[in-house]
Ligand binder design. Structure first.
Ligand code: ADP
Length: 166
């Protein structure tokens, strides 16, 4: 039988406990999850693509999550999903504010893929409901405690980057 594969796409700048929770939960629902790290040349990231991928890799190793592959893409998500021969997209949904954008993205991907891509939303866990990578970067810039928000193994990376940014 064909393996059930799903893609979880995002910027992961950096990966947070919220992202990690979605990866963990979806890895139990599918044979394999591909974490697709978006590299948009028009977007300013704190971390390079290599740094973002490396932080995801270390976070997964630390949690011993094994059925996950990390890959990256530029351009349209539908093209990346085509290349990976995968038509299931996982997205996380936090508060209402995510809904509008996520619905737009899901419908656009459905149109572009001629209804071939299905988007599956997993609700954020209660403890991660208001957690975002941008809030975490603000906390880091202001020298706040990061342990509640980030996988332990990447805290030093984020502190170091915040020190360079200050
Ligand atoms: P993007 O730049 O495409 O929004 P992100 O890296 O911010 O990418 O997020 C990728 C996906 O993870 C999105 O579906 C987003 O809603 C979801 N996500 C982000 N933070 C959390 C969180 N704390 N809990 C659950 N899902 C989250």
């Amino acid at each position: 039988m064909d393996k059930k594969i799903a893609i979880y796409a995002g910027s992961f700048d950096p990966i947070t406990k919220g992202h990690l929770d979605i990866i963990k939960r979806s890895s139990k629902l599918f044979d394999k999850i591909i974490v697709g790290v978006l590299n948009n040349s028009h977007k300013k990231y704190w971390f390079s693509l290599e740094e973002r991928e490396d932080m995801i890799k270390r976070s997964l190793e630390n949690e011993k999550i094994e059925n996950v592959e990390i890959d990256s893409f530029e351009g349209l998500l539908v093209d990346f999903m085509n290349r990976k021969k995968c038509n299931i997209l996982i997205r996380g949904l936090r508060a209402v504010s995510d809904y509008e954008y996520e619905l737009q993205l899901a419908l656009t991907n459905a149109v572009l893929s001629k209804n071939n891509i299905e988007t599956i939303f997993l609700p954020a866990s209660r403890e991660n409901l208001y957690l975002s990578a941008s809030i975490v970067k603000d906390v880091a810039l202001n020298k706040g405690e990061l342990i509640e928000f980030l996988p332990k193994v990447i805290i030093d990376d984020v502190m170091k980057k915040a020190n360079e940014k200050r």
